[in-house]
Design a protein around this ligand. Structure first.
Ligand SMILES: Cc1cc2nc3c(=O)[nH]c(=O)nc-3n(C[C@H](O)[C@H](O)[C@H](O)COP(=O)(O)OP(=O)(O)OC[C@H]3O[C@@H](n4cnc5c(N)ncnc54)[C@H](O)[C@@H]3O)c2cc1C
Length: 256
């Protein structure tokens, strides 16, 4: 992290920039990891702040996503003075605190700027889409390949539901408490991306139509959901990193 926080009496003065701040234009506070000790390298010398976004010197620049929506900002700090009490923990402990915070995000379904995602479009909706879509003049649902795929998604969705329920019962997770939330994030987000890709494949050439096109299936919501599904596979750490974490912390494999 290059962004600097310099102690000045009862305040820290912050200079630098951050990117991908989820809903930064709307947020009242943001988590900021900034360098308080420039003589230390990498993770050492970082500190964790919870800072009010309305502070003079903090400016947000919305970032337009592939979908045309705005979910993130780049956030600039120009001599922004924040009270010293915004520091969480002690100076230099930032990385450890951030990793603890990320454990929650990595156990959830990714970041919150993803927009329409799996939570609002379920496998049942994909089945309904297959019923309406045509293949060789027949409803796509009659195609054995389509049925096979749908059943696989249903089994996965049911597995996710059961795993999530199990994760809420500590007695059932005592051996490896992080196993279910950490692996759920990896599995559920990748599964959603595959499911939306499949939903688009049901639409044939219409898959290329976008929101606003009168001929787009369901107003183009599948296309938007597909693009947005990538965000959950990246937010809080991309799938490859998540797989590393599951390998190391859950499976006990050697470090990458
Ligand atoms: C929905 C969403 C919300 C977000 N919200 C915030 C936010 O509020 N605040 C914030 O600060 N950031 C936020 N981010 C940014 C997010 O934390 C980063 O994009 C993410 O951690 C990946 O980091 P990166 O972009 O630097 O990619 P990199 O880490 O550079 O990864 C690039 C590619 O290289 C691969 N890669 C990297 N390292 C390895 C490895 N060791 N082994 C194998 N492959 C590897 C990755 O898997 C990926 O495919 C958000 C992102 C999204 C999508």
């Amino acid at each position: 992290a290059q962004t600097r926080a310099v102690r000045d009496g009862d305040h820290y003065v912050i200079n630098g920039a951050k990117i991908w701040t989820s809903l930064g234009s709307h947020a009242k506070y943001m988590i900021l990891l900034a360098r308080t000790n420039p003589n230390e390298k990498r993770y050492a010398g970082l500190s964790y702040f919870l800072i009010p976004m309305q502070t003079p010197g903090i400016r947000t620049q919305p970032i337009r996503k592939l979908t045309g929506e705005y979910g993130f900002t780049q956030t600039f700090f120009e001599d922004a003075r924040v009270p010293a009490e915004c520091l969480m923990g002690r100076e230099g402990e930032g990385w450890a605190i951030a990793m603890k915070t990320l454990t929650f995000e990595r156990g959830a379904a990714g970041g919150q700027a993803g927009g329409l995602n799996r939570m609002s479009v379920t496998i049942d909706a994909v089945v309904a889409l297959a019923r309406r879509s045509r293949r060789e003049g027949q409803p796509a649902l009659q195609d054995p390949f389509v049925r096979d795929q749908l059943v696989r998604f249903m089994i996965e969705a049911q597995g996710d539901r059961l795993c999530t329920s199990r994760g809420r019962v500590p007695a059932l997770c005592s051996e490896r408490p992080l196993a279910i939330p950490l692996s759920n994030k990896l599995r559920v987000t990748e599964q959603a991306r595959r499911m939306f890709q499949f939903a688009l494949s049901l639409q044939g050439a219409n898959a290329a139509r976008w929101v606003g096109d009168a001929a787009a299936v369901d107003g183009g919501k599948w296309q938007r959901a597909y693009f947005n599904a990538f965000s959950a596979t990246i937010g809080g750490g991309p799938s490859q990193i998540q797989a590393n974490i599951v390998g190391e912390r859950v499976r006990g494999l050697p470090k990458d």
